[in-house]
Design a protein around this ligand. Sequence first.
Ligand code: GLC
Length: 667
Amino acid sequence: MISKIRYGNPVPTGAVVNGTADENGKGQLRYFEKTEQGFRYRMEKKDAVYGLGEANRGINKRGYQYISYCTDDPNHTEEKLSLYGAHNFIVIDGACTFGVFIDNPGRVTFDIGYERTDELNIIPEYEDLDFYIIEGEGIKDIVRQFRILIGQSYIPPRWAFGYQQCRWSYMDADAVREVVDGYENCGIPLTAVYLDIDYMESYKDFTISDERFPDFGNFVKEMKAKNIHLVPIIDAGVKIEDGYDVYEEGTAKGYFVKDREGKDYVTAVWPGLTHFPDFLNTEARRWFGLKYQALTDKGIDGFWNDMNEPAIFYTERGIDEVREFLKAEAGTGDISTDQLMELKWKLNELANNDTDYKAMYHNMDGQTVNHDRVHNLYGYNMTKAAAEGLAELRPGERTLLFSRSSYIGMHRYGGIWMGDNQAWWSHILLNLKMLPSLNMCGFLYTGADIGGFGSNTTRELLLRWLALGVFTPLMRNHAALGTRLQECFRFEHTEDFKSVISCRYRLLPYLYSEYLKSVYENEMMFRPLAFDYREDEIAVNVEDQLMLGNEVMIAPVYTQNATGRYVYLPENMTMIIMHENGEEEKELEKGIHFVEMPLNRVVFFVKADAKIPVVGTDYGRSICNGTMEDIAVSRISWLGKQDKGYRMYMDTGHSDNKKDDVLITEF
Ligand code: GLC
């Protein structure tokens, strides 16, 4: 049962699409009490709190605070309160078990036992919101009801489940060819290569640098002939430059975000001075969405949307402030150390500054709305613009699309990646922990920058991360400008990488089937053990293993120099030690085991009575690009014991996303 309580006059967010909420709940906060600042729930000792999608720290969120405010911060250290997404859904599990969704696109703080260990305080900056309470038969049912409320998740094309390589940036077509050849020469399968900002002309959206990527259409074809999809980036900011059509049209039609005086708001991102398209405006959204045609016309069938929190490097306001400071303080030409330190702080504050967000205004179809009140809707609506445009431009076809910033509701239009992580061991674990909480909020197509985006990776770190990435719907290796080259073929013994990545392709029938099942049945593809083994005290405490589908458990290595790790089996399971040419199986009993995990193997666990479909060892790249039916007929083999059946979901390849369109086979 879902009940909704409305406070004030909320801006429509589009998060909720199936209005099953019982308005009888009006005025009744049930478990919560209203406080001056927001809403308070008194937690019992045994209460755990799950959710918040893309958020820091544990799977169980209790014991810290989190702020929903989409933020471009590339240093995901433990104390950070906000990441790129804003996903205000939690489930409190314990004395009472129920879900809460705060539909409010401004800043919302979730203090979950931080100020006071037994209090959960939800503090919205603006009290115009819909407060949903979801009750059901246990956690999974509560999540299912919430997922029905917010609508069906995005389905990518099947090729988007292949292994993908990115770097900021492959500077020209030859650099891309070198990557593709590098993988080919080592026999490591590869499905997509990304084009980061340097494919553009001066970082202008929907342009292609003629100098670096001459004859782009033919280049796309050349890559397609090798079964490689090219995936260009699109940034939120539009460069201010006379003669640039997107800028000129946007200005003429009034499609950019405005300042207080109603003038087009000026900010700076990669291209230098830019305007932000007003994605909260229906017409502007359609206009921007159809611009993707510049690339779909050349054969592009996948995109990633970036810098859409929106990220701001600086504004004229900020720069003026620094100038004023310099003039006033250092007019004598004699700058003291203290003044220099102050200057440093002022420079640090130039980016993503609240004062700047508060000075931006949207035209929400006639209504002027201050950006700060709707901040968390911006990236969501950029991706909605793209999805709707792409549906028009490529009717009936699936397009790969994912975003950096998001709000609940965006899961219907595309996936997200987990932003600028680091080549740190702890970030493998953070990657794992965000999977179930994102699934709770409908984000199924997701993954982290494998190997780590910032700082230099190592061979071992990359291999271990890949062994987790093998299971994440988005499996993309990405690294930042200036870091060590991170493509798998750059390292010694490439056969180890070949072995691990090949397992991804071998697991595709299971992974794609589980993905579709999660979409159509509103299930979580990844779950904490606590969701399945409710009475098992050890399982409830496990934060470094996950259930995948109804058959599998994963437990990746996330420490340096490990030959294996301790794994808790909540029931008897078959351990699968997979490699490209086959697998070994070993029966293990419920309990704690130290399990060896060689660097060139993918180790996972199948429940004793379950079986999963995989591709036999005669896979080829075709398994990612061919149809699911091809695989099903000729290549499927089964792992695990065979006594329990498996219901396999296969995609017809149509993009109307109806449940009766999916091919379901019972084995
Ligand atoms: C941002 C993105 C990153 C990208 C870079 C350059 O930091 O998060 O993935 O490589 O911008 O476009």
